[in-house]
Design a protein around this ligand. Structure first.
Ligand code: SF4
Length: 313
């Protein structure tokens, strides 16, 4: 992001965000041979895992959530929970679509106008979210509008106005490879900038409500890895943006960052492959015990939750 002529009219929070995301004076350019070797190493390691899955006739889609889950408690990971749209699960998608509309909207729309338009457009889609939005009760609609508007308001308070020159894209999908036995994919909440003549300029941002968790940065590094595999040019910066606090937590992308993402991703895929091959899942009590559907019958999880309660008292 470059400086804006309107910088003097920004709020202190917006100025702080702009400073954190601003493009440095020195261009960020990765060694192309190093990136080519990196991609080749990753592809070779993935090929071995593909061979093992092909041998048992299985396939995997690797998302940031899947990796966090399999690297956490494997028993919980194996518990197939049917995803259902409700007000809570729809807030992020509705708010991000509203922010996407904001990037192309002329003038200064009210956040609630953007949210209304977001719901209207998402409702038109022939998918499960469209079905939920068209059939939700008036009470759910009111809750959804209020919660999504709150996110959009916080976003506009925290970010400088998204000029077209920032090349903002909301809900940008990435897949790599396009198809196959193992496909890695995801959708970043917001990207700014794009690679130019081999220079890394893209910034990948995940918008968060609530506090920061260690896995947030791991998940952003996964997106940096995906971008590198897809384009051959890493993003220059990844950042979690915490809307409630109006605070960005950025990290410069380096070859070490990408190496860490590669190792974590291969570790997670390797564990998922082992489980599909029949290895016994390992229970690892952790924060997910709080919402795990097995917590009632899981001794390890119950003990862990009791310890947490005791520590809090
Ligand atoms: S309660 Fe905790 S330890 Fe037990 S299966 Fe669920 S997440 Fe794993």
């Amino acid at each position: 992001m470059e400086s804006t002529s309107a910088a003097s009219r920004l709020s202190p929070t917006q100025e702080r965000t702009l400073d954190l995301l601003r493009r440095p004076s020195e261009p960020v350019i990765f060694d192309s041979d190093q990136i080519a070797a990196f991609t080749s190493n990753f592809s070779d390691a993935l090929d071995h895992l593909v061979e093992r899955l092909d041998a048992i006739g299985k396939s995997l889609f690797i998302s940031k959530g899947m990796l966090t889950s399999v690297l956490g408690c494997e028993t919980h990971f194996q518990q197939k929970e049917e995803f259902r749209w409700n007000v809570t699960t729809a807030i992020g998608t509705v708010a991000h679509r509203a922010i996407e509309l904001l990037t192309g909207w002329r003038g200064a729309p009210y956040p609630a106008t953007l949210v209304d338009e977001s719901i209207a457009r998402l409702s038109e889609k022939p998918n499960s979210l469209g079905d939920f939005l068209t059939s939700m009760t008036d009470g759910d609609r009111a809750d959804l509008i209020n919660a999504a508007t709150d996110r959009v308001v916080k976003f506009t308070e925290s970010f400088p106005p998204l000029q077209q020159s920032f090349i903002p894209v909301a809900e940008s999908s990435i897949r790599w490879p396009e198809s196959g036995t193992i496909v890695l994919g995801g959708k970043s909440d917001l990207t700014l900038g794009r690679a130019e003549h081999g220079e890394s300029r893209k910034v990948i941002i995940d918008l968060k409500t609530g506090g920061a968790w260690p896995n947030h940065m791991d998940e952003l590094r996964f997106y940096a890895l995906l971008e590198t595999l897809r384009t051959g040019i890493p993003p220059r910066l990844i950042a979690g943006f915490y809307l409630d606090a109006g605070r960005a937590v950025p990290e410069h992308v380096t070859i070490e960052t990408l190496g860490a993402a590669m190792r974590r991703t291969l570790d997670g895929i390797g564990r998922a492959v082992e489980l599909l091959e029949g290895r016994q899942a390992v229970r690892r009590p952790q924060s997910s015990c709080r919402w795990c559907p097995l917590s009632g019958e899981c001794e390890e999880g119950r003990s862990w939750l009791e310890e947490q309660l005791a520590e809090r008292d």
